[in-house]
Design a protein. Structure first.
Length: 86
């Protein structure tokens, strides 16, 4: 989870974050945080390296890290928007 500084533009920060090795996806979100980044890394050391790179991006105010312990999902649920149906 990432907070940006007030004057920063989230889409430009997201574009920089998604270029970092280990970052799979970046979401613009509403609520307490501005962005959520999904990171895959083989070790905690490498996770920390990715987080430090995110923190070094101009406009990033703070980060909050959560580690996924397990996942449960329904394969039939698809939240993607079909843009061809407009």
């Amino acid at each position: 989870m990432i907070n940006s500084k007030i004057e920063s533009y989230c889409p430009s920060i997201a574009k920089k974050i998604v270029k970092i090795k280990g970052v799979e996806k970046v979401y613009e979100i509403s609520g307490q945080y501005d962005l959520a980044a999904i990171i895959f890394a083989p070790s905690s050391r490498e996770i920390n390296e990715v987080i430090e790179k995110i923190r070094s991006i101009e406009g990033v105010e703070r980060t909050y890290t959560c580690i996924v312990l397990d996942s449960h999902y329904n394969d039939s649920v698809n939240f993607r928007v079909d843009k061809t149906r407009r």
